[in-house]
Design a protein around this ligand. Sequence first.
Ligand SMILES: Cc1cc2nc3c(=O)[nH]c(=O)nc-3n(C[C@H](O)[C@H](O)[C@H](O)COP(=O)(O)OP(=O)(O)OC[C@H]3O[C@@H](n4cnc5c(N)ncnc54)[C@H](O)[C@@H]3O)c2cc1C
Length: 332
Amino acid sequence: MLNARDAEARGAQILIHCQVISAARKGDLWHIETEQGQFTAHNLVNAGGPWVADILSGVLRQNSKAGIRLVRGSHIVTPRLYDHDKCYFFQGTDGRITFAIPYEQDFTLIGTTDAEHNDLGVKPVISDVERDYLCNFASEYFKKPVTPDDVVWTYSGVRPLYDDGAASATAATRDYVLDLDTNGAPLLSVFGGKITTYRKLAQQVLAKLKLGEDWTAEVPLPGGDFPVDGVGALIDELLGDFAFLDPKWAARLVRAYGTEARKWLGDAATAADLGQDFGATLTEAELRWMMAHEFAVTAEDAVWRRTKLGLRLDKSQTEAIDVWMAKEGQKP
Ligand SMILES: Cc1cc2nc3c(=O)[nH]c(=O)nc-3n(C[C@H](O)[C@H](O)[C@H](O)COP(=O)(O)OP(=O)(O)OC[C@H]3O[C@@H](n4cnc5c(N)ncnc54)[C@H](O)[C@@H]3O)c2cc1C
């Protein structure tokens, strides 16, 4: 989301909830039809993640040699299992590693699994086998066993791994592969990738397309314009300027918004100045910021994709956020 905002500020047009329906080469250009209009482009990048191969065959009608392997990875979240801020990596007898990471202040995140997931029409959800696997794996290492009853939330995703012919999902390469087709206007497809290396990947995409210089290495995303070791100082500054915040609240805001937190805290002198608190310190002012600047439309965007405050909110609180956002979204 921050990357999309950054791109928008530099002139990109961002269309959310907008499917590319078809695209075809005509002369030196791609003619692209989307749910929100038609576009032309000299270059087309297919960064469809798990859908990259479906887009190649279905949307672009290309015959590609490149294959994709869809491997589900699931995570479990438990109440905090230990009281320091380090991560653990665990080695299993099956040759895999898993991790336990401090998560959202009061929780521990344990992951992941490798499970074949061949139907993208099926929402990826953790299976009981995966959940038990992670609990047992972690229990080998923690003094107190981790049981399914400890699990407060789970999430799963599908890795689009380049099919290098490996025998098992675990052995398939985690490296990304950029496939450039110059049979007419260039088409570049991205297979695999990591969030941690996305800027390198993007630079290599532009280099392959002979577009632009590398410039992102030292450039922060919106709100990230402070020193790497400056989180504590930023939290202290917020606590000094907004006396109604408590340390946990301020830490959450700095982690989510960095220097931009004060943009929507504005000149609030009391918590009430931020409007209704929907629970877990999520207020109208924060929701307004997400809706105006961060493409948030529904409560799910706000409490799961953006903040993970869903871990602390019950169903009725989330429903109240949905109702408020729907009303707010209709305002001119
Ligand atoms: C279980 C799991 C664990 C991971 N762990 C890590 C980790 O620890 N560290 C790390 O760095 N990375 C991790 N990753 C990888 C990371 O999530 C991905 O590299 C990253 O999300 C890839 O981003 P992307 O934009 O390329 O693809 P995606 O985030 O998959 O985005 C692709 C987008 O294309 C859209 N799309 C599809 N078809 C169309 C169409 N026809 N028109 C328009 N849009 C379309 C989809 O809606 C989607 O939004 C993990 C991934 C998984 C699944």
